[in-house]
Write a protein that binds this ligand. Sequence first.
Ligand SMILES: NC(=O)c1ccc[n+]([C@@H]2O[C@H](COP(=O)([O-])OP(=O)(O)OC[C@H]3O[C@@H](n4cnc5c(N)ncnc54)[C@H](OP(=O)(O)O)[C@@H]3O)[C@@H](O)[C@H]2O)c1
Length: 292
Amino acid sequence: MSACGRHLPLQAGCRLSQRARGTMESIPSGLGHLEGVVAEAVKVAIDFGYRHFDCAYFYHNETVVYLPREVFGENSMPQYPEGLNLDYLDLYLIHWPMGFKPREKDIPLDCNGMVIPSNTSFLDTWEAMEDLVIEGLVRKVGVSNFNHEQLETLLNKPGLRFKPVTNQIECHPYLAQKNLIDFCHKRNVSVTAYCPLAKMGVDLLDDDVVQKIAKKHAKSPAQILIRFQIQRNVIVIPKSATPSRIRENIQVFDFELTEKDMEELLSLDKNLRLTTFAPTKNHKDYPFHIEY
Ligand SMILES: NC(=O)c1ccc[n+]([C@@H]2O[C@H](COP(=O)([O-])OP(=O)(O)OC[C@H]3O[C@@H](n4cnc5c(N)ncnc54)[C@H](OP(=O)(O)O)[C@@H]3O)[C@@H](O)[C@H]2O)c1
């Protein structure tokens, strides 16, 4: 794919649109959890040209969003895709490499506030995912939040029937993920960047370097951060419930960052992870104990 293209090739002739949008908590501040807001934001995004929507059982909004979606542990699988009134899913991800004890709650916690694990492994979950492909319910399967050792374990699984097409990971200039991206790309696994704007209590959009590059290209800081990922051949899923921003976030195919811009953005890396999922730190498969 060229740096200005709009699709990334996946294995077996399939392509994944870079015109992508996340949907986690897609509610503008002050409006509360209104499903209509999410549905409206998705409609607006389709009108602006988005074709790749990321949602999850965990976000409790998947019935008003479309594809792909992620499986959270092994609990949610039987509900899909029938629960979505769809014949099949384009892409189905294991949301985290950790299985939790099935319970009424999405994240079962013990009295210390730590997650209660199941004794499954992500390799068991993967076999169930592969069955869905064979049954025609899912076209492609992938993973999220896998570190390089977990991905290697999966790729080396004896009898692997389908390779993961993508690893969806937190990625922005403060957590550039160079090693993990190189590792994935060398193995023909695409990378999808979540939290690309790093808005959770961090001021990446106000960073002097980002602001300077944005001014130079007459683009917004968010557009610079989205374009940064596209030029690394990384799929990027910014989330917005604001129509003007939904539009702004897809207007990133009419300019190019220079090599120096890219280097400057990469130099901001400080290994700052925003999504640590702290209650799962004791889990045997917690992915962030190793460097990448
Ligand atoms: N696999 C995983 O474990 C995982 C974890 C986290 C996220 N995700 C996925 O990744 C998606 C994106 O991540 P995220 O929502 O955490 O972070 P994000 O996309 O980096 O940031 C979202 C925030 O940025 C604001 N925003 C959007 N466009 C903007 C713009 N042009 N200028 C200024 N602010 C802008 C949004 O506000 P408004 O909505 O008010 O516009 C929202 O507050 C999620 O929706 C979800 O689908 C996956």
